[in-house]
Design a protein around this ligand. Structure first.
Ligand code: PLP
Length: 395
């Protein structure tokens, strides 16, 4: 491998959300313990990105900054070459985060009391956005067949038909279950959304993290008609691990929809992206594809390490391989622990800090989500720690 994916950089005391959360959960953990919860990477940043930012900073005037041609070219070029998606500069609306974008979409396209459909278990801020904006959460649970998740189209159709349900927030690829929806699946979702006049937020923040053998299909490319009701959320933040730089590209081809969306952003003055965010996005999309390719290989290796660990030692605990993201969804229900007990066991006994499945919805009860974007030896060490204590409770 060309890149250093073995060195672990301690983020203790740097304000890392994930690390601070770990110390809050268990203040006693040693300096050698690493969390695998919040979705950012425990990997050194792409050297091309760091070098590029350093060179930029040598001569930068750090004033108010808006998107510029080099930035737009990079975003348009990446979507074209990586995703076979032709977008125009004026379709791009910048927000600091994708979460900001779906909060804004909620304000733009629904009123208090309207129903918003989501497919649980799903990235928990979808529910927060609905609750915080006093909309009604309408759950259309995914179907779980021995760990393989699919969409319940009949139920979705039934819910979409109800006039009070106005918006779908769709996660593609899907966090936390790791599915990369295929073209046929996307076509069916699009058809139901169009037929029932739903506005669709397609959160495609994970679209670049696709495991070997799978392809991401951009939702906007499956059905031309869908574009008149579609807000697509993209960002370089998961792809190149730059969430701290707060830059997202929200792509909306329909002019009226875009206007309404921008209004909802502007009313809270929420569209300010920082100068380093633009520059990092540009560098990521033009210079860091090689790094991304190696990250994907690392994640694929790590998910196989985790799967084999459970198969060899605790076969009733299931860790199926993912199709996309860097998050593995592991079923600990065989332990027959309550969610709170499982959480305590993980935090206090195993010192294994993951995202608890139940936070993604009741459908995630008994599950844990492991962040695989870390050096393999760091994951192996955590699994060893888990093995020691799991042996005592596994029957
Ligand atoms: C599906 C999904 N959407 C959005 C985000 C975060 O978006 P942002 O940090 O850009 O607000 C995440 C982070 O894990 C995610 O998994």
């Amino acid at each position: 491998m060309k890149y250093d994916f073995k060195t672990l950089v301690s983020r203790k005391g740097t304000g890392s959300e994930k690390w601070e959360q770990m110390y809050a959960w268990n203040p006693q953990v040693g300096d050698d313990v690493v969390p695998f919860s919040v979705a950012d990477m425990e990997l050194k940043s792409p050297p091309e990105l760091i070098d590029g930012l350093k060179r930029f900073l040598d001569n930068a005037v750090l004033g108010y900054t808006m998107p510029y041609d080099g930035f737009y070219d990079a975003v348009i070029g990446w979507q074209k070459t990586k995703h076979n998606w032709n977008i125009k500069k004026e379709w791009i609306v910048n927000t600091p985060g994708v979460v900001d974008a779906f909060y804004a979409a909620m304000r733009a396209f629904t009123n208090p009391g309207d129903g918003v459909i989501i497919f649980k278990p799903v990235y928990y801020p979808f529910s927060m956005a609905i609750d915080d904006n006093e909309r009604e959460l309408v759950n259309c649970p995914l179907i779980n067949t021995n760990g393989y998740y699919t969409i319940d189209y009949d139920k979705f159709d039934e819910l979409a038909k109800e006039p009070k349900n106005k918006l779908l927030i769709f996660c593609s690829p899907h966090n936390p279950v790791g599915r990369v929806w295929n073209k046929e699946e996307l076509e069916r979702v699009a058809e139901i959304a169009i037929k029932n006049d739903l506005i669709v937020v397609s959160d495609e923040i994970w679209n670049d993290l696709i495991m070997p053998g799978y392809d991401h299909t951009v939702f906007a490319t499956v059905n031309e008609q869908l574009n008149d009701r579609l807000i697509t959320c993209t960002a370089p933040s998961k792809t190149f691990n730059l969430a701290g730089l707060a830059i997202s590209n929200i792509i909306i081809s329909n002019e009226n929809l875009r206007k309404e969306f921008k209004k909802a952003i502007d009313v809270v003055r929420g569209g300010t992206v920082n100068i380093l965010g633009y520059k990092a996005c540009e560098i990521g999309y033009t210079k860091c594809e090689g790094w991304l390719e190696e990250v994907i290989k690392l994640v694929d290796t790590n998910q196989k390490v985790v799967k084999k660990f459970f198969e060899d030692n605790f076969p009733k605990i299931k860790a199926p391989l993912i199709e996309g993201t860097y998050l593995q969804w592991v079923d600990f229900n065989a332990l027959k622990m309550t969610n709170k007990l499982l959480e305590k066991f993980m935090h206090m006994e195993a010192e294994f800090f993951l995202d608890e499945g139940y936070i993604f919805g009741i459908e995630g009860s008994g599950y844990e989500r492991i962040n695989l974007a870390a050096p393999t030896h760091v994951i192996e060490k955590a699994l060893k720690r888990l093995e020691k204590v799991l042996k005592k409770v596994y029957k």
